[in-house]
Design a protein around this ligand. Structure first.
Ligand SMILES: Cc1cc2nc3c(=O)[nH]c(=O)nc-3n(C[C@H](O)[C@H](O)[C@H](O)COP(=O)(O)OP(=O)(O)OC[C@H]3O[C@@H](n4cnc5c(N)ncnc54)[C@H](O)[C@@H]3O)c2cc1C
Length: 337
């Protein structure tokens, strides 16, 4: 048993940001053990795979196992799991990490079942313990946190886990040294597998614009906006910055915006470089989903609002005055540069 294996999810030739979080976590948990990445793709993504392999190396993968085949162009679970099982057989990892993306949620339990491995999903934190690993996850809709002890299976199967995107910083991965040497990118033979389900089309969800969990900048709105008719103030600032749009649960529950906008313990976790909270009080459940952001800016008229304790920069004032001014200034700067 050696090292930790990370599934390096890419979409259309672009590495998912949450993979860097898994690499950082693998480096922290592994404490020097080799970190292997499995990169699968084909078709139009093929040309981008070598660059992604280098990116993985720069972010902490000591070895990249690459399958480039037309059959992997549209990711479907049976083919991907066959490749992952082959990589596990070659590497013999003690731990396999997936991001808890739609794809990770699909592949990880299938791989665990195939390997007879213990599986833990949606981890917020993951650390080594005496008997194996301790995984922290939210339960009962985020009302309690559980620390689960996960022991390695008899017979040498690895522990398989999915990590909630945004729950772990990418900083440990960024410190890593240069790209992997050519010999560190190992072609994985394509495993012939009976594919019973095929992906015929991938349709974007209703969310327009930038993906919340992949964004470098997120602008979120809360109940301070007073009503759904004012949410365009948040969208305008986000558009000027090229940012994704998020929301507090209060306005999701009120039906102002769809559920997939919700940031927090029972929504999505985000980890952008810049998070701007507009009219959001900073309840603990909201902070749980954005506290690890690189820089937090809070706009709130109440100087005692808890969000200011988490913020790097705070603007105490009326968002109805601040947001249009800020949007205008950003536009001017963008136009002049
Ligand atoms: C089990 C559980 C899970 C939860 N999960 C989540 C979750 O995932 N995400 C989440 O967000 N919440 C979650 N919540 C809800 C959370 O506790 C808060 O109720 C919610 O985050 C509050 O949303 P808000 O900050 O928009 O509203 P409020 O708390 O009402 O805050 C509105 C803020 O706007 C400010 N404001 C008002 N007018 C203006 C103005 N003109 N200009 C500037 N500022 C203004 C106010 O000062 C106030 O601070 C959860 C709760 C529970 C119990």
């Amino acid at each position: 048993m050696s090292g930790i294996l990370v599934f390096a999810e890419q979409r259309e030739g672009k590495l998912k940001r949450s993979v860097l979080e898994c690499l950082a976590l693998a480096r922290a948990v592994g404490a020097g053990a080799p970190v292997h990445a499995v990169l699968l793709g084909g078709g139009t993504a093929s040309a981008a795979l070598p660059a992604i392999a280098s990116e993985l190396g720069r972010h902490g993968a000591s070895m990249v196992h690459l399958s480039d085949d037309a059959s992997l162009a549209q990711p479907q679970a049976e083919g991907c799991v066959a490749q992952l099982a082959a990589a596990c057989a070659a590497v013999g990892p003690e731990l396999v990490l997936f991001s808890a993306s739609a794809m990770g949620r699909d592949l990880a339990p299938r791989l665990a079942a195939r390997l007879g491995a213990p599986f833990v999903s949606e981890c917020l934190a993951f650390a080594r313990s005496d008997g194996g690993y301790t995984a922290r996850k939210a339960m009962y809709g985020g009302k309690v946190f559980a620390n689960l002890e996960v022991a390695a299976a008899d017979g040498g199967a690895p522990v398989v886990a999915t990590i909630k995107p945004g729950a772990h910083s990418t900083s440990g991965a960024v410190e890593a040294s240069g790209a992997p040497a050519a010999e560190d990118v190992t072609p994985l033979a394509v495993v012939a597998t009976e594919v019973r389900a095929r992906v015929t089309a991938v349709t974007q969800s209703g969310a327009a614009g930038v993906d919340l969990q992949e964004a470098d900048i997120v602008v979120s709105g809360g109940r301070g906006l007073k009503g759904p008719e004012h949410f365009p103030l948040v969208e305008a600032l986000a558009a000027s910055l090229g940012a994704a749009v998020g929301a507090s649960r209060a306005i999701v529950d009120a039906g102002w915006v769809p559920h997939h906008y919700q940031v927090g313990q029972t929504g999505v976790s985000v980890n952008p470089k810049l998070y701007i909270a507009c009219g959001i009080s900073g309840a603990i459940q909201h902070l749980a989903g954005m506290r690890s952001s690189g820089c937090i800016v809070a706009i709130n008229k109440d100087p005692e609002a808890p969000i200011f304790k988490a913020a790097d920069y705070g603007l105490v004032g009326d968002l109805f005055e601040i947001l249009p001014l800020l949007t205008e200034e950003v536009r001017k700067v963008k136009e002049s540069s």
